[in-house]
Design a protein around this ligand. Structure first.
Ligand SMILES: CC(=O)N[C@H]1[C@@H](OP(=O)(O)OP(=O)(O)OC[C@H]2O[C@@H](n3ccc(=O)[nH]c3=O)[C@H](O)[C@@H]2O)O[C@H](CO)[C@@H](O)[C@@H]1O
Ligand SMILES: C=C(OP(=O)(O)O)C(=O)O
Length: 463
């Protein structure tokens, strides 16, 4: 499987670089729009409708461009007006392997087109997936569930071909792990399968609940029971929807962590307390301060460093309602400034600490372990992956030349560079950060960050 974020650091062109003069607290306001991890799935859901859909609060990020391309090659008319996306799927059609493969390696989303394309066209072709290079990221749950629904799956050198010669039928299925993508796969397939589907051990992230709201607007019957059980009664037809995407809680937490690490204060307009409860508890435990404004229009959360020393904490990432794995990297940068030993046990992905080697070069004191240091034994401990980190702080970070390895790690490198003394050069910003952070450069400038683009080849060149 190829991966967007798997490119070796050396391949980022030298002009894809941001110069950061660190040491200035971030101060001001940013706006977060719809969540990357909902918007892309909401776009896929539009394929199931017999009439057009309207999605509001769509962020200008590359993952949206990728899914726009995928929908268009399948005959969906997609128009963006400001942050509102109009999708007309009335003329859905099959696309050729070559035109679909233009999108190979770009994101995780193509796998989610299986169910909708099988329902609409009776067959589907899925290119190799991309996404962050943070573990093996197999798709065995997806394919296993699809086969049980009645799909015939054939892997070939160019991708995966699927057909449904006898249609798709509801299933009783239990996930080995509450995978976000596999839960979405089952939802997007079951809504129009014949009969009832019962999914056990389902993921219940806020983005999944928002996707369920969208499907319900389209005409689906979906019951979310207790204990991670979701029941879906298949229907014959779904119509288009009109929906405002829930705000991006990962982006919000990234700005919050940046405020803490740089000793600043950032008002994140659009951030919602309910979706961020676990993060807010962690933020306060570390010693950060926040205030929630629940005004329906101006609402958001202000995050700031109160000026007192930050406290060390022991944390574990987990599926929702646990501490989200995509919050891990920005929090770790903030923990380099806490007074004592912190622990971060990553239980969702086996390989999500690669970015710490760059932080170590900046003066951070971070050691990795294969033991489950958080207290809860997880599947990665048994398999010897370096998935626990001990962070000894506070560390005085100094500037460095940094190569971004993936999306969230990239943002955490930006935070570290802003917290550090001196001038850092961060490579790979356009390639990685733009996949999930809208207008991040303008937002940084608005917060008073001292950043610039290279103006001459000498400046851009590596030492
Ligand atoms: C586009 C998107 O929404 N991405 C999010 C989504 O990714 P994504 O949906 O890919 O993540 P999953 O929840 O599926 O993955 C969680 C774990 O399950 C494993 N697994 C998953 C599927 C499978 O068939 N087999 C299997 O073993 C994965 O390797 C991983 O270890 O949820 C993750 C967990 O919150 C987030 O970090 C990602 O930002
Ligand atoms: C892991 C992430 O995304 P993706 O699943 O798209 O790679 C992320 O958003 O942090």
């Amino acid at each position: 499987m190829s991966s967007t974020d798997a490119t070796t650091p050396e391949t980022a062109p030298s002009e894809d670089m941001l110069i950061i003069h660190g040491g200035t607290p971030l101060d001001g306001e940013v706006q977060v729009r719809g969540a990357k991890n909902l918007v892309s799935k909401a776009m896929v859901a539009a394929l199931l409708g017999t009439s057009p859909s309207v999605l509001r609060s769509v962020p200008a990020i590359r993952d949206v461009e990728v899914v726009t391309g995928l929908l268009r090659v399948h005959g969906v008319d997609v128009d963006l007006d400001g942050d509102t996306l109009y999708m007309d799927p009335t003329s859905v059609e099959s696309a050729g392997v070559e035109e679909i493969n233009v999108h190979a390696g770009t994101s995780r989303i193509p796998i989610l087109l299986c169910g909708p394309l099988l329902h609409r066209l009776g067959r589907a072709f899925i290119p190799d997936l991309g996404g962050c290079n943070i573990g093996g990221r197999p798709i065995d749950f997806h394919l296993d569930a699809l086969r049980k629904f009645g799909a015939v799956v054939e892997k070939s050198a160019d991708g995966t071909h699927l057909s449904a010669p006898n249609g798709l039928h509801g299933i009783r299925y239990e996930l080995e792990f509450p995978s976000v993508g596999a839960t979405e796969q089952v939802l997007l397939t079951a809504v129009m399968a014949k009969g009832t589907t019962e999914l056990r051990n389902a993921a219940i992230e806020p983005e999944i609940i928002d996707l369920i709201c969208i499907l319900q607007k389209m005409g689906a019957i979906i019951k979310v029971h207790t204990n991670r059980v979701i029941e879906i009664v298949g229907v014959d037809e779904l119509k288009g929807y009109s929906h405002r995407a829930l705000p991006d809680r990962i982006e919000a937490a990234s700005w919050a962590s940046a405020a803490l690490a740089t000793q600043g204060s950032v008002y994140v307009r659009g951030a919602q307390q309910a979706d961020m409860m676990t993060f807010l508890n962690v933020f306060r435990s570390i010693g950060g301060a926040y205030e929630v404004n629940d005004d329906p229009i101006e609402g958001g959360i202000r995050f700031w460093h109160p000026g007192t020393p930050l406290k060390p904490v022991a944390l574990e990432t987990d599926v929702h309602p646990g501490l989200m794995t995509d919050w891990q990297q920005p929090i770790v940068v903030a923990l380099t400034q806490a007074d004592g030993l912190s622990i971060m046990h990553e239980t969702v992905y086996e390989n999500r600490f690669g970015y710490t080697s760059e932080l170590r070069r900046m003066g951070a004191n971070i050691e990795l372990y294969s033991d489950c240091l958080g207290g809860t034994p997880c599947r990665w401990g048994r398999r010897n992956f370096l998935h626990s980190a001990v962070i000894a702080g506070p560390s005085k970070l100094h500037a460095a030349d940094l190569q971004i390895p993936d999306l969230r790690a990239g943002f955490s490198h930006l935070i570290a560079a802003m917290a550090a003394e001196g001038t850092s050069r961060v490579y790979g910003v356009d390639r990685y950060i733009t996949r999930g952070y809208e207008n991040f450069e303008a937002k940084l400038l608005g917060l008073g960050a001292k950043i610039e683009r290279p103006t001459s080849p000498t400046l851009a060149g590596r030492p």
